[in-house]
Design a protein. Structure first.
Length: 765
């Protein structure tokens, strides 16, 4: 589709298909057409209503040559007030009913015990607002203020499926606020409330593929979201007030034009529109067709759309259009955004088949509407055994790992005491502080112990204000001697002590559950503690951490390595009764409705493996480990499709290769040679970028949770390629957002500028 180069503005149609008789009392026999004698004090006010037609929900009708009609539906709620009516009975809510046979609203019924009642004044002014509840009226003397709201995350659903266009209208019409004012009504007369839409609306035309075959065999483009971003300081969403006292009677043309919102609160300069088609969170646009999407804005007299940006997220890419003066009408007056109008903007043909090049040092904000994404939906690249000087990672510098895209860090810990005669009160990095002569851990004078507080501090200081990080702490010291009950007894208390001693001020203070979003944890470090099979509670009380039973030793000795496990997730408090886990294969109800309220940790953490040709069966082989992780990938898709977002995956692909269960020289790099190659290939297959073993291509993206692996920044072991693949797969399916439902797969993210060429970098918000 060619860019029109101009913006077109249409007025909402304010049709009086029928001026309905609307009674204000609960009974059906009140006749608003009765005599207009002066009312007695306390008489109910009778109303008629003028609004364009009646059909289903306060919705848009089909576009005509002059505009867009808006319709009522049964149960719509409005609020009506009058400063001159009876004190205490001058503000009431009414429910609208619709006569489907006559196709118009036929009655207003007050939802409370009383409606608005006449007072002693000879005349009265009446004000009304839709929707009641989301919008409210307040009076101070004869002044009336409407408190209204426009959401910064909106939804749209299909209205038409004609052969020319696919039209998505606002699904929540609370964003299409309407107002009415009728002044100077004589006491006893029927009050005609003439409603007019008050929101400013912009309709965007998004072209599908230009030619058949452009998108491959499907010949379609999938559009997931549209984001409109105004210049900084321009409020287009949020809560706001509007003084109705100075409003003209709403029977007058352009009665709301050039009137500004006041006292804007919870303001945003961007609005994202999620497209919801039945159970799918996207719209499918065929080659040669056009998708039309409306966004509702706070009404105020903007001068122009110049400098605003429109970002469209598709399965092929995310494209950005910055509106220039040449895109607008030459007539400056026609450029002005007005309340109650639909302004039409056509986007240029999009350059499909682009590629998103993430800004690795700050990639989470590049996900559309990222603050509202549930935590369990986002896959995080993770560094296994971060901070260690051993060869698990190419660098022990946490800041370097962060700048390369890593957002999760795993550390294996051990208890630590200042001498062998004292109970341990601290926790340090496993393998640090060892006496090389005896192997003893208790006396720090024989070696330098890396305290966990230092790791916590390093990760916490790397986190930017618009992102978050996760640190996973496990007690897994290796060998029988390191897993005595006395070593485990103070582990949790020791971790709580390390959090305090870290001095970090951005530790997330929780809680975390299935409904936690990125917005809740911005700028914070989430600490996750894996409780081992043999750990006893000891003197532990509580800490700011997410805790679950993750029995490392059990997985290292059990015969069934090929299936993942699960356990419940708990916030802050750990009880001995929380020690339960089982195979995911034995899990009943998850992720179905009967267990939708569970919040669970799914893991496969047997992180040592023997060589495939070794006969030792006390630790898992590569094949067993890969089978278990592959099963987690399959299960993640099942959880994703159920939309409960109540499972957090711990996809641990980090570890060592050992020639036997008692090997003294396990090799992290040998492990990475095999497992990193396998991990990269599996993600590419899941994303549809690489064929399966039988040569077929699939597209089955879904959240992988926390993905731990070795050598994250080392190209020799595919580390950067894995980080890139994990980040990009986040853009290949619909990330579930708070308040939004639906499923669907998408594609890579890209950013296209005005001339259609692809540029590197993130999205516009």
């Amino acid at each position: 589709m060619k860019e029109t180069g101009k913006m077109k503005t249409l007025r909402y149609i304010l049709l009086s298909v029928a001026v309905a008789s609307l009674a204000s009392a609960c009974s059906d026999d009140l006749n608003p057409d009765g005599p207009a004698n002066k009312a007695e004090k306390g008489d109910e006010v009778r109303f008629t209503m003028t609004l364009p037609g009646a059909d289903t929900r306060t919705i848009y009708g089909g576009e005509t040559a002059t505009g867009f009609p808006v319709y009522w539906v049964n149960g719509d709620l409005v609020q009506v007030c009058s400063p001159q009516c009876l004190s205490g009975r001058n503000n009431a809510e009414y429910s609208i009913s619709v006569d489907k046979n006559k196709n118009f609203a036929d009655k207003m019924t007050h939802t409370g015990d009383n409606g608005v009642q006449w007072g002693e004044s000879a005349t009265a002014d009446f004000y009304s607002v839709y929707p009641s509840g989301a919008a409210a009226l307040s009076m101070s003397g004869t002044d009336v203020t409407a408190s209204l709201s426009i959401a910064n995350a909106q939804t749209a659903t299909p209205k038409t499926t004609n052969t020319e266009d696919l039209v998505f209208e606002p699904a929540d019409m609370k964003n299409v606020v309407m107002i009415a004012k009728t002044a100077g009504v004589a006491s006893g007369e029927v009050v005609n409330l003439h409603y007019v839409p008050f929101s400013t609306v912009i309709e965007f035309a998004i072209p599908g593929p230009t030619n058949a075959g452009e998108m491959g065999a499907s010949d379609v483009i999938i559009v997931q979201t549209l984001t409109l971003t105004a210049p900084d300081g321009t409020n287009i969403a949020g809560d706001f007030d509007f003084s109705l006292g100075g409003l003209k009677n709403t029977t007058e043309a352009d009665c709301t034009a050039d009137l500004a919102a006041t006292n804007v609160r919870n303001a945003s300069n961007s609005i994202i529109v999620h497209l919801l088609d039945k159970n799918n969170a996207y719209a499918t646009v065929k080659a040669g067709k056009t998708l039309k999407v409306k966004a509702c804005l706070i009404p105020q007299p903007y001068t122009s759309l110049e400098g605003w940006t429109v970002t469209v997220k598709t399965n092929d890419g995310t494209y950005k259009k910055t509106i220039k003066s040449t895109d607008l009408n030459e007539n400056a007056e026609k450029n002005k955004l007005k309340s109650g109008y639909v302004h039409k903007v056509s986007l240029p043909a999009l350059n499909y088949k682009g590629e998103w090049n993430p800004t690795y040092a700050n990639w989470i904000p590049e996900l559309p509407d990222y603050t509202n994404i549930y935590l369990s939906e986002i896959s995080l690249p993770g560094a296994w055994y971060a901070g260690s000087t051993e060869a698990y990672q190419a660098t022990s510098d946490i800041a370097t790992l962060w700048s390369n895209g890593v957002r999760a860090f795993a550390v294996e810990c051990r208890s630590w005491s200042s001498s062998g005669l004292r109970s341990p009160s601290r926790v340090c990095l496993s393998g640090s502080g060892r006496n090389t002569a005896t192997g003893a851990y208790t006396d720090p004078t024989f070696g330098s112990a890396t305290m966990i507080s230092s790791i916590i501090s390093q990760v916490a200081s790397s986190i930017k204000s618009n992102e978050y990080g996760v640190l996973v702490l496990s007690y897994a010291d290796g060998g029988e001697g390191g897993h005595r009950d006395s070593d485990h007894a103070y582990f949790l208390a020791g971790i709580a002590n390390e959090i305090t001693k870290s001095g970090a001020t951005n530790i997330y203070a929780g809680p975390i559950d299935a409904n936690t979003t990125v917005k809740d944890v911005l700028g914070k470090l989430i600490v996750k503690v894996n409780v081992d099979k043999n750990i006893t509670k000891g003197n532990y009380n509580s800490m700011n951490a997410l805790i679950s039973y993750n029995p490392f030793l059990f997985q290292m000795t059990d015969v069934d390595y090929s299936r993942p496990y699960y356990s419940d997730l708990h916030w802050s408090i750990w009880l001995d009764s929380d020690k339960s886990f089982d195979l995911v294969a034995n899990l009943t109800g998850i992720p179905d409705a009967d267990a939708a309220n569970k919040f669970i940790w799914v893991f496969s953490s047997a992180n040592r493996t023997q060589a495939n040709d070794n006969g030792d069966t006390t630790i898992p082989t590569y094949d067993q480990r890969q089978t278990a992780l592959g099963a987690m990938m399959t299960f993640s898709k099942t959880v994703y499709e159920k939309s409960h977002h109540n499972v957090w995956f711990y996809f641990n692909c980090g570890g060592t290769q050992a020639t036997s269960s008692m090997s003294d020289n396990p090799s992290p790099t040998n492990f990475a040679t095999t497992m990193n190659s396998w991990l990269l290939n599996r993600i590419k297959v899941k994303s549809g970028e690489a064929p399966t073993s039988d040569g077929n291509y699939i597209s089955d993206p879904s959240p992988l949770g926390i993905v731990m692996f070795n050598q994250c920044t080392n190209t020799a072991y595919n580390g950067p390629a894995i980080i890139d693949a994990i980040i990009k797969m986040n853009a290949k399916f619909y990330l579930k957002h708070a308040g939004i439902t639906g499923t669907g797969t998408g594609g890579t993210v890209s950013v296209a500028d005005n001339d259609g060429t692809v540029t590197s970098g993130g999205s516009a918000f």
